[in-house]
Design a protein around this ligand. Structure first.
Ligand SMILES: Cc1cc2nc3c(=O)[nH]c(=O)nc-3n(C[C@H](O)[C@H](O)[C@H](O)COP(=O)(O)OP(=O)(O)OC[C@H]3O[C@@H](n4cnc5c(N)ncnc54)[C@H](O)[C@@H]3O)c2cc1C
Ligand SMILES: NC(=O)c1ccc[n+]([C@@H]2O[C@H](COP(=O)([O-])OP(=O)(O)OC[C@H]3O[C@@H](n4cnc5c(N)ncnc54)[C@H](O)[C@@H]3O)[C@@H](O)[C@H]2O)c1
Length: 466
């Protein structure tokens, strides 16, 4: 029987454990915090639950435009203790569900820390496991999967104190809403929290080191969302790098690299993450670790040491829960000799849970503009869509990319409420090499926002003969 030790119980680790158990391996999963890992307990799940509360508040915006008379947003008050309690309870419950699933599948789940042992034993690998409150013991395994995730990056001049200077894992301990939140960092994490706190009624200043928010996302989409943020009253300081953040006792003072300073009641640091690989004994064991501490892996999750695999945020391949899970499953299938398709990033869909949301799949505008991928494209504003008009959706668009000659769909962008749900047909088209003709001939509901996806495909229908 194959013996597998998995270090880390986030999506990279627990999904791999379930596959390994299904294949009758003897599986030990070591997790320091709780099943589901940081994804479920402190990052993805809590942030999306918090955003769900902010969306309830958003529902009260512009109600007079619908002919509904009420006090509107000014009549809404947020009980932050209840919001935070719900966030934490949901995360713990989700973690419990995953723990139960693992145990039912026969996985030995150990609450504790693990690291590589000192000796290479030829075809097996020694892992040292230290359960919480117990002595360290060794397990020799045929396969080891490293899935240890990442931790918020800390700037030495802006160390979170959990009171006024916060990382994203500390916001749910606030006893009351910040009066004025300064979000430092305008990547996906910063943008999501800035959006949610703004929606929930907090004054927000976003300190963005780049020329626009979400610099790695589609520029049209990021600029559309930045415009919405500004219209709703967010202050965005572009090309402003925070040099230091100080808790002044009754607030925070953020000093920018150009000498300006901004004051607020709280600061939220969202300046990226560092992989949890420093204490795993990897270098001593001969596992290749790249700059920044990321474990180097190939497309079937192999490290340079046979039998040792890595998945998820500790690899830095693409820090998404879906990708971590797929890397973990691929590792196990490969290790256990199953047929496996190497990881394909081309078909990964991703969503930023701002208001409006931003969903993407496939090739990007940069790929097309740089000539890397020849493509025709269309961008259709949602403002012309009947359902969007009914729902007062004024911001948003659908963008599609297709091969110039064949019309094969190679990518797309959706900016809309619930873009995370709307992107699926485009993802299916990219995954299955569908053409704009096929998408255009698909019946859509009238009226619906998804109708704009088929309409965008119709606009791309004419193409050169092969
Ligand atoms: C604020 C935020 C929101 C996000 N939202 C989304 C989203 O909406 N959708 C999405 O797809 N992705 C989202 N992500 C990204 C997603 O959370 C990560 O890609 C995902 O958590 C990676 O999973 P993982 O298995 O690699 O690691 P993690 O989920 O980080 O889990 C790793 C676990 O390993 C444990 N561990 C570390 N070292 C050891 C050790 N030595 N021994 C034992 N255990 C150890 C850690 O305690 C941790 O629990 C978000 C990220 C952030 C920061
Ligand atoms: N909805 C989702 O799926 C979701 C949500 C959050 C995070 N994630 C994943 O996590 C990844 C990382 O995102 P992130 O936003 O946490 O990190 P990031 O590294 O993408 O962004 C951090 C930003 O902070 C800026 N920054 C760094 N130092 C700064 C300073 N001193 N002052 C001002 N700005 C500074 C950087 O320039 C960068 O733009 C994403 O690419 C995504 O894959 C996904």
């Amino acid at each position: 029987m194959s013996r597998i030790v998995i270090i880390g119980g986030g999506p990279g680790g627990y999904e791999a454990a379930l596959v390994a158990a299904q294949l009758d391996a003897d599986v030990t999963l070591v997790e320091a915090d709780g099943a589901g890992g940081a994804c479920v307990l402190s990052d993805c799940v809590p942030s999306k639950t918090f955003i769900a509360s902010s969306e309830v508040v958003t529902g009260y915006r512009n109600n007079d435009r619908f002919g509904i008379r009420s006090a509107g947003l000014s009549g809404v008050s947020v009980d932050v203790a209840t919001v935070n309690e719900r966030v934490k309870q949901l995360a713990v419950a989700q973690s419990g569900d995953i723990q139960a699933k693992l145990v039912k599948a026969g996985v030995d789940v150990v609450h504790g820390h693990a690291r590589m042992g000192d000796d290479t034993l030829g075809h097996t690998h020694r892992v040292l496991i230290t359960p919480v409150g117990a002595e360290t013991y060794a397990v020799d395994a045929d396969t080891v999967l490293l899935a240890t995730g990442a931790t918020p990056r800390v700037l030495p001049t802006a160390v979170p104190d959990g009171e006024r200077v916060l990382d994203w894992r500390q916001v749910y301990d606030l006893p009351e809403l910040p009066e004025h939140l300064i979000v430092v960092g305008s990547g996906v994490t910063g943008a999501e929290f800035a959006s949610a706190f703004l929606a929930i009624g907090v004054r927000v200043t976003l300190v963005s080191s780049r020329e626009r928010v979400m610099p790695h996302e589609d520029a049209d989409a990021a600029m559309a969302i930045e415009r919405v943020f500004r219209e709703r009253g967010m202050t965005i300081l572009n090309q402003s790098r925070a040099k230091s953040v100080v808790n002044t006792g009754d607030g925070v003072s953020v000093t920018l690299a150009d000498g300006r300073s901004v004051s607020g009641s709280h600061a939220l640091m969202a300046v990226g993450a560092v992989p949890n690989t420093a204490d795993l004994g990897l270098r001593e064991y001969g596992v290749e670790v790249a700059q920044g501490g990321y474990v180097t892996v190939d497309r079937v999750s192999r490290t340079n040491v046979p039998g040792i695999y890595a998945a998820g945020d500790c690899t830095g391949v693409l820090p998404l829960a879906s990708v971590a899970a797929m890397q973990g499953r691929i590792a196990v299938w490969h290790a256990m000799g199953e047929a496996v398709t190497p990881l394909r990033l081309r078909t990964v869909s991703a969503n930023v849970f701002t208001d409006p949301e931003l969903a993407t799949v496939g090739v990007s505008q940069n790929d097309v503009d740089s000539g890397k991928v020849p493509a025709r494209q269309v961008m259709l504003p949602l403002s012309g869509n009947a359902r969007a008009k009914m729902a007062e959706v004024r911001d948003g668009f659908v963008k599609l990319f297709c091969r110039p000659a064949t019309g094969q769909i190679v990518g797309g962008v959706v900016v809309a409420p619930k873009a995370s749900e709307l992107i699926l047909p485009v993802t299916m088209a990219v995954e299955n090499n569908l053409t704009v003709d096929q998408l255009a001939h698909t019946f859509t509901i009238y009226p619906s926002l998804s109708g704009s996806i088929a309409e965008a495909a119709r606009q791309l229908m004419y193409h050169e003969p092969r």
